[in-house]
Ligand binder design. Structure first.
Ligand SMILES: Cc1cc2nc3c(=O)[nH]c(=O)nc-3n(C[C@H](O)[C@H](O)[C@H](O)COP(=O)(O)OP(=O)(O)OC[C@H]3O[C@@H](n4cnc5c(N)ncnc54)[C@H](O)[C@@H]3O)c2cc1C
Length: 303
């Protein structure tokens, strides 16, 4: 079994910052596993500006922010990168099993950092009844289709949830020629940053309906509309659309290490630890995690 001082799972901004910080602090033998073929994580699909204002004091797009860290990697021969490598199991002995095209390997680590990001909450998780037609997407999936695959998910769109991803997708779809008929929010105010409410909705005259709940999604084959409850007036109305984006929150991706909490030598950073609004804070905290992992390795060696 191959052995590494430190194995990092996830090559988004958290995993990249942790790897570089650990190498800077003296880790000599680091493996970073990334299931995708590219490093950068969710940043690769976030082509809007707004990244790096604190960390670099510049306004970058997501891919530009990630590129700053990826460009550093050749300076660190002690960091081995394995792309298309999907970690499927982590044990209490810090053995990590991962799948790569044509291979399944188990490796042993002195310390492990989990930087696996988060996943989106789905329609099923918030129990929206109705039909099950095509045209219902999570906002992040729609963002990936549009920004990476070059596919427009629909033309007449209703967005459920007014967090930052929903707001950013409202603007993005509008810029690509879709009509965003409404952003519907069950709470009294948007869950997103004020700058996103202004720049993504108000600047494009996209209505934000607060205290509104989707009661039903209808459509045979393709989405035809949603039934909406105005919670203040206790009245319902129909909104015709061909696409519904569900943008109702993110959950840390912790399944493969859920039963290892508190294990000495296992660290968690980035959105896998808690959902961050700003990538700058992900970088700052993940660097600290890289340092902590090296301190742990040193304390084990001293024993
Ligand atoms: C739509 C959207 C808009 C945003 N806008 C902004 C903004 O304007 N400004 C800002 O500062 N921040 C923004 N953010 C937040 C910021 O992008 C995130 O906080 C940050 O990217 C989280 O980094 P991460 O490394 O923890 O997770 P991720 O970027 O999700 O990276 C996790 C990585 O782990 C990999 N992985 C997961 N599981 C495994 C496994 N089992 N094996 C191997 N690899 C695995 C994934 O493939 C991924 O590459 C936005 C986020 C989103 C989703």
């Amino acid at each position: 079994m191959r052995r590494y001082e430190l194995v990092i799972v996830g090559g988004g901004p958290a995993g990249l910052a942790a790897a570089i910080a650990a190498a800077d602090r003296g880790a000599r033998n680091i493996l970073l596993l990334e299931r995708d073929q590219y490093l950068g994580g969710i940043l690769n699909q976030c082509i809007h500006p707004g990244f790096g204002l604190q960390y670099f004091r510049e306004e970058l797009t997501g891919p530009e922010y990630a590129a700053r860290f990826i460009a550093e990697l050749p300076k660190y021969p002690q960091i081995e990168i394995s792309r298309r490598s999907f970690a499927v199991k982590v044990t209490a002995r810090k053995e990590i099993t991962y799948l790569k095209p044509g291979c399944c390997e188990t490796i042993k680590a002195g310390a492990v950092i989990m930087a696996t990001g988060c996943r989106e909450r789905t329609r099923e998780m918030i129990h929206i009844p109705g039909d099950r037609p095509a045209g219902v997407f999570s906002a992040g999936l729609a963002q990936k289709l549009l920004n990476i695959e070059g596919l427009l998910p629909g033309k007449e769109v209703v967005i459920i949830g007014s967090g930052d991803i929903g707001l950013i997708m409202a603007r993005r779809l509008t810029l690509e020629g879709a009509r965003v008929k409404a952003v519907l929010e069950i709470q009294e105010k948007s869950a997103g940053l004020t700058r996103n409410v202004v720049q993504c909705l108000e600047d494009f005259n996209i209505p934000l309906y607060l205290r509104h709940q989707v009661l039903k999604i209808s459509g045979r084959g393709r989405v035809a509309g949603v039934t909406v409850l105005n919670m203040q007036e206790n009245k319902t109305f129909e909104l015709a659309c061909d696409t519904v984006l569900v943008s109702v929150g993110l959950l840390p991706e912790r399944d493969i290490f859920a039963d290892l909490s508190g294990l000495p030598g296992l660290f968690v950073c980035g959105n896998a630890d808690k959902v961050y609004d700003l990538v700058d804070n992900v970088t700052r905290d993940s660097k600290k995690t890289g340092f902590l992992a090296v301190e742990y390795l040193r304390s084990k060696n001293a024993e």
